[in-house]
Design a protein around this ligand. Structure first.
Ligand code: NAD
Ligand code: DAU
Length: 339
């Protein structure tokens, strides 16, 4: 299996590379990553030492056609897994343009290069956010109409539609995964869970948007990586597969769980101005993935969060490495507008 994995220095991509190379002796992987603020070479540093014959890093943009064609042909790539994206909803609210450039136009360049190269399989990583928001009942299935509410989710939905069009028009062998909120090692501390771990550790206020009752379905990142692996190896071309963690929780419960685990007081919680267009609830019906791929999430939230907190406590050098001046500047501007 000769793979091009994009965005492998990001949170889920890095976990996927560790998992894939650690479990498939025949896997050869090129990791194409632009190294935006969210890409951290430290997250995949061990791979170069551990698998020098089977792992190659390529620094660049998925929207660079010459570079992508060169990698596909030069390394005789058989399959693509596209994780590369601008991934943070709050940043898409502040500045939508890079989301369209990478998530829509970048994905189109990647699809087109892969089509010209006659790729055998293309797995595109998408999100439950393309379905919009739920009321108190029900769950998203693969046939739920797309109704994205943020610039981020609109850009992801657009890419999903391009994937669909490539399958319908060119019979291109694409598969799309849509997953709920991931958590675990190597997640950038702008997302809820690592941000709260970092702030609680530093005895700083924990900003909870709105009333804190927004619900997310939390999946441990390794379970999502297994879902992507199953899609790559067993999925049917042209199909969409939902993945979830069967762990629906209101945000305030997640925050309180972290405070308790760290032995910190709930007085650190600060309710702040809500995110504009904030989706109220996500929940996933992933019975198709169960039936066709044999997918079952193995981590419940209490096990996953304990492992996650332990990882961040043991890897404070990683946490410090991602907190650049630009990170601090974005976070302080964003929260100044909300408090
Ligand atoms: P992330 O922000 O942690 O990482 C994104 C990676 O992509 C970074 O390494 C970045 O440098 C790279 N990248 C960005 N633009 C690029 C470009 N133009 N060319 C090449 N590389 C580029 O994101 P993540 O949380 O790991 O998410 C990965 C994928 O999974 C995304 O497509 C996201 O939409 C999707 N997803 C994420 C979640 C979640 O909870 N984090 C859930 C469902 C789906
Ligand atoms: O559902 C999948 C999506 O999950 C992915 O597609 C996105 O890439 C990923 O970023 C994530 O999006 P969310 O917006 O759900 O994740 P985030 O961690 O930003 O926020 C989770 C919830 O916590 C959300 O309801 C907003 C809330 N929140 C977030 C932050 C950063 C707070 O209350 N306070 C905060 O400081």
């Amino acid at each position: 299996m000769r793979l091009l994995v994009t965005g492998g220095c990001g949170f889920i991509g890095a976990n996927f590379l560790h998992h894939l190379l650690g479990t498939h002796d025949n896997a050869f992987v090129v990791n194409l990553d632009k190294l935006t603020y969210a890409g951290n070479p430290l997250s995949v540093k061990a791979l170069e030492d551990r698998y020098p014959e089977r792992y190659v890093f390529a620094h660049g943009d998925i929207g660079d056609q010459d570079l992508v064609m060169g990698l596909l042909e030069g390394h005789q790539i058989e399959a693509v897994v596209n994780f590369a994206a601008e991934s943070h909803v709050d940043r898409s609210i502040s500045d939508p343009a890079p989301f369209v450039t990478t998530n829509v136009m970048g994905t189109q360049v990647l699809l087109e290069c892969a089509r010209q190269h006659k790729i055998e399989r293309f797995v595109h990583i998408s999100t439950d956010e393309v379905y919009g928001s739920l009321g108190p009942e029900g769950a998203f299935s693969e046939t739920t109409p797309l109704a994205p509410n943020s610039p981020y989710s609109a850009s992801k939905a657009s890419a999903d539609l391009l994937c669909r069009a490539y399958f319908k028009t060119y019979n291109f062998p694409v598969l799309v995964t849509r997953c709920s909120n991931n958590y675990g090692p190597y997640q950038f501390p702008e997302k809820l869970i690592p941000l709260m771990i970092q702030k609680a550790g530093a005895n700083e206020p924990l900003p909870v948007y709105g009333d804190g009752q927004h619900v997310r379905d939390w999946i441990y990142v390794l379970d999502h990586c297994r879902g992507v692996e199953l899609t790559l190896t067993k999925g049917k071309e042209g199909k969409v597969y939902n993945f979830g963690g069967a762990s629906e929780l209101p945000n305030i419960e997640v925050v309180k769980t972290i405070l308790t685990a760290l032995g910190k007081d709930e007085s650190l919680i600060r309710y702040v101005k809500d995110r504009p267009g904030h989706d109220r609830r996500y929940a996933m019906d992933y019975s198709l993935a169960e039936k066709e791929l044999g997918f079952v999430p193995e981590f419940d939230f209490s096990r996953g969060i304990a492992e996650t907190i332990a990882w961040y406590e043991a890897n404070q050098d990683w946490m410090e490495s991602v907190q650049s001046g630009a990170y601090r500047e974005f976070m302080s501007r964003w929260y100044k507008e909300r408090v």
